[in-house]
Write a protein that binds this ligand. Sequence first.
Ligand code: SF4
Ligand code: SF4
Length: 160
Amino acid sequence: MKALRTGTAELDRVLEERPIWKCQQCGLCSGICPSEKAGGIRPIDILTRASLGVLELDRERSLWLCAVCNSCTERCQMGVDPAEVIALLRGGAAGLGNIPKHFSEEAKLFIRSGLSFPNTGMTKKLRKDLGLDDLAIPPETMLELALLIKRTRLGELRLD
Ligand code: SF4
Ligand code: SF4
């Protein structure tokens, strides 16, 4: 198989260990994909271009239209695991600066607060109405998150 041009040697190695070569182009992954039905990502197309080494990670926007529902992986009879491959490709795309604004804003908020959504006055009110405690991320959890952010290298992404 031709080497994948993902832009990072580490990601190339990870992807080369995935059995993309087992793909038989049956199209079951695309047939079940809810994103494709709505005009979003076409998993079979992504896998085909990735295996041919012609996927341009620095500009491929459809990677970000995957809903990470895992339906393609459940459907695939060949153990290709398209959802994981797409997640890895998405990570590679982010590393090359190909990351939509709303995702980078969410990542920045998560790094800053430990939450992936803003804890607004409305959030506080709704939680109070439901009898739930106010959301407060304990310092020890923030330390664990800092470790995760370091290990996953989330903090190394260009998020502006
Ligand atoms: S379901 Fe599996 S074998 Fe079929 S096209 Fe998709 S990845 Fe390839
Ligand atoms: S994980 Fe992504 S590519 Fe796979 S079926 Fe769901 S939306 Fe489609």
